[in-house]
Write a protein of this length. Structure first.
Length: 396
């Protein structure tokens, strides 16, 4: 590591990063109502020295976005750092910092307000060190990320309006591999209703068979399981196989009444070689077949959360992250995959190479959510050096 890079890392302040993360976590930002958090971060980024635009979204007036630019010394490429500012709606105890564990507690601390603080601190360090970059850094922050409340709508609108760089680091998902592929996901919503009498005492109905709506639910589970037997035989490089998963099955309302509905919810994960339209067609074929076999009505929806993606492992943003990680951790950063569903596919679908790097997000969405301050510091260092490696230094 050269002397200038060492100075850059020394300027990343653990105390500032702790305070900014905690202050941001204290600002509620449930999906669909992120305005206060956006206004807070817009003010912070202006103080750092970025050109900040708060971008309104007519479709989601309570979910504006941030597009903030750090200008380089000369014209060149633009590296974009992107992250969502919303947090899931689930209740959490009030935010606080525990100095004994070095953890910042609160809803959104891990997912992903710590990452937003980390890129902000990286930019402060670049400013304080006086490094002159050849190109620009674009930081975008947005809401409407967390399903099932949203599906990336405001980010999609930002991309459509041209708020993009030449490459993107999405600041969540993976810490110790650089993803070059990721699974897509559809959200399964199925409701089964009977065509015959329901909602009456089973002893008075004259019917003795397994109720059709419950039979249909069971057969749907079996059909998905049968399909998984073949799907899981195909190991997609870096991300593993696609599959069906059902996490919720509900039927009936009382132990001795003919049930009038059965509900299933889950996910369908798929790889970058499969178009969502084909995955959706297969899903509906299964639902229609089970409906015909059981004499029920099945209303089935497969809602696209995010698509799958793949990028060239040799693309420059991958190399920039690997070089930065090597300097911070003293070991290589291998290529890998993103098994969860996040926002890189929105950029890749628009022709912009995108990958992921984040602090440790192991407590995302947990009942007790926290960010580990040491991990935030490490991520901030990687972000700062990745920008230097991707853009280059003026006069260097």
């Amino acid at each position: 590591m050269n002397q200038l890079h060492q100075q850059l890392l020394q300027h990343i302040s653990r105390d500032r990063l702790r305070d900014l993360t905690l202050d941001l976590v204290k600002v509620p930002s449930p999906t669909g109502d992120e305005r206060r958090a956006v206004e807070f971060m817009a003010k912070v980024l202006r103080e750092v020295g970025l050109e900040v635009e708060v971008v309104a979204d007519e479709q989601f007036p309570n979910s504006p976005s941030i597009a903030a630019r750090w200008r380089g010394r000369q014209a060149g490429r633009t590296l974009q750092f992107d992250g969502h500012i919303d947090a899931i709606h689930l209740r959490h105890d009030p935010p606080y910092y525990d100095p004994a564990s070095g953890r910042i507690y609160g809803r959104g601390a891990a997912d992903m307000k710590g990452s937003l603080a980390a890129i902000t601190e990286a930019l402060r360090a670049i400013k304080e060190t006086g490094i002159q970059l050849k190109g620009d850094i674009l930081v975008t922050m947005h809401g409407m990320h967390e399903a099932p409340w949203a599906y990336g709508e405001t980010l999609t609108h930002l991309v459509e309006r041209g708020y993009t760089g030449d490459a993107v680091i999405v600041m969540e998902g993976e810490s110790h591999v650089v993803p070059v592929a990721g699974r897509g996901a559809g959200i399964i919503e199925i409701e089964v209703t009977p065509k015959s009498e329901a909602g009456v005492h089973e002893g008075l109905s004259g019917r003795h068979e397994i109720p059709p709506v419950l039979l249909a639910g069971a057969r749907l589970l079996q059909a998905f399981n049968d399909r998984n037997a073949s799907l899981t035989q195909v190991d997609i490089p870096h991300i593993g196989p696609g599959y069906y998963f059902v996490g919720l099955l509900q039927g009936g309302d009382f132990y001795n009444r003919l049930p009038n509905r059965c509900r299933l919810e889950g996910t369908r994960r798929f790889g970058p070689d499969h178009k969502f339209a084909d995955v959706e067609a297969e899903f509906h074929e299964i639902a229609n077949r089970v409906a015909a076999e059981t004499g029920t009505t099945i209303n089935a929806r497969l809602i696209l959360d995010r698509g799958a993606f793949r990028i060239d492992p040799q693309t420059p943003v991958v190399g920039a992250l690997q070089a930065a990680y090597q300097e911070v951790f003293g070991k290589p950063l291998p290529v890998g995959g993103m098994k969860l569903c996040a926002d890189a596919p929105i950029f890749v679908a628009a022709g912009i190479p995108a990958t992921y790097h984040s602090p440790d997000l192991g407590r995302a969405h947990s009942d007790v959510e926290y960010a580990v301050l040491d991990s935030l510091v490490e991520a901030s260092k990687v972000y700062a050096l990745a920008a230097v490696h991707f853009l280059g230094q003026h006069g260097g």
